[in-house]
Design a protein around this ligand. Structure first.
Ligand code: ADP
Ligand code: MG
Length: 338
């Protein structure tokens, strides 16, 4: 057989394997797009953990009708600066892969309206195939519906877990993103039930407590620390408030949720002599550092990052947590093992 290029829909479906592993990963992309669109209000509706439906409605800048088809094409983005410098990207996305990937493994309905157009426009794509488009009544913003995810890919669908565990993964995604932006109002509904509805413009402390545990507010310290060009802020539980699992540790680098071993290890080091071995603190920490000191694109979907100076990051986190806890009166018996 001779060499030939893969057809576009096959390429998209292969890429979808990376971008859309499960409902929660599709949801993450859609909510990030809503944030990138400067929305002040984002509503998320899920059916059966996202397996039967994901809907994200925002009041952001919208997509011009004549660009909507392009938005669904691979590697098409409005987020790359004019000089093409990816280091200068300040949005959560810029690869132009999410919408075409999702549209290649589901039925996607995209409706959008910009501030200066008289009506909205709607496009439906079913498993990579354009179905129809036309005028749609819509306030300013974007509304995306994803139905029948993986319905045409039985091998994929089979690997989905229960609606309950897919829902928990979706909830986790929304929770993390909502923590990064207390200025934006977020609502989450599941199977017609309201899970939460948060006003925009809250303080970070309040937002974090509302999303993790309201009692955290009285059982935590505020972390605010600056060293060289790095800054750490957030909320960390007192050693008297702990969990049996480390599943309430929310870590962010330059505004993005991450799951990084170095950061998790630093948190453990900071609390190591304050908590029993099988107990874990509850916290949300936001690390900010120059983009040149961190590579956030190692594996964006998995939240892996690489730091230029990981020792400095570790020392900052341990130092900031120890100092914040010390100030609260929890003086440790021995210096932290940095
Ligand atoms: P990326 O976010 O990497 O640019 P996507 O495939 O997620 O790629 O989206 C493609 C383009 O569609 C975006 O660059 C943006 O212009 C537009 N878009 C997607 N979602 C929205 C939204 N909610 N509001 C406004 N524009 C959007
Ligand atoms: Mg995107």
């Amino acid at each position: 057989m001779s060499i030939r290029r893969l057809p576009e829909d096959v390429i998209n479906r292969i890429a979808a394997g990376e971008v859309v592993e499960r409902p929660a990963s599709a949801l993450k992309e859609l909510v990030e797009n809503a944030i990138d669109a400067q929305s002040t209000r984002i509503l998320i509706r899920l059916l059966k953990g996202g397996l039967d439906g994901i809907e994200v409605i925002d009041n952001g800048i919208g997509i011009p009708a004549d660009e909507m088809r392009l938005a669904l094409e691979r590697h098409a983005t409005s987020k790359l600066p004019d000089n093409d410098a990816i280091e200068a990207v300040t949005t959560l996305g810029f690869r132009g892969e999410a919408l075409p990937s999702i549209a290649s493994v589901a039925r996607l309905t995209l409706e959008s309206r910009t501030a200066d157009s008289d009506s909205g426009w709607k496009i439906i794509v079913d498993n990579g195939h354009f179905e129809k488009e036309g005028i749609a009544p819509l306030p300013k913003g974007t509304r995306i519906k994803v139905d029948s995810l993986f319905a045409r890919i039985p091998a994929r669908r089979k690997f989905m877990r229960s609606a309950k565990s897919e829902y928990m993964a979706c909830h986790d995604v929304v929770r993390r993103l909502a923590m990064t932006r207390p200025d934006i109002a977020f609502s989450l509904e599941h199977d017609g039930r309201r899970i939460f509805s948060l006003n925009g413009g809250e303080s970070r402390q309040r937002r974090v407590a509302a999303l993790i545990d309201r009692t955290l507010k009285d059982n935590s310290v505020a972390v605010e620390y600056q060293r060289d060009q790095m800054q750490l802020e957030g909320v960390a539980s007192l050693p008297t408030f702990h969990r049996g699992l480390a599943d309430h540790q929310y870590l962010f680098v330059n505004g993005r949720p991450v799951k990084d071993r170095l950061l998790i290890g630093s948190v453990r080091a900071a609390y190591h002599d304050l908590l029993a071995k099988d107990r874990h603190p509850v916290l949300a920490l936001f690390l900010t550092l120059p983009n040149s000191d961190v590579d956030i694109n190692v594996h964006p979907a998995k939240g892996e990052v690489r730091f230029r100076d990981s020792q400095a990051v570790r020392s900052l986190i341990v130092g900031a947590l120890r100092e914040s806890l010390d100030l609260s009166g929890f003086r440790s018996a021995q210096p932290a093992d940095v």
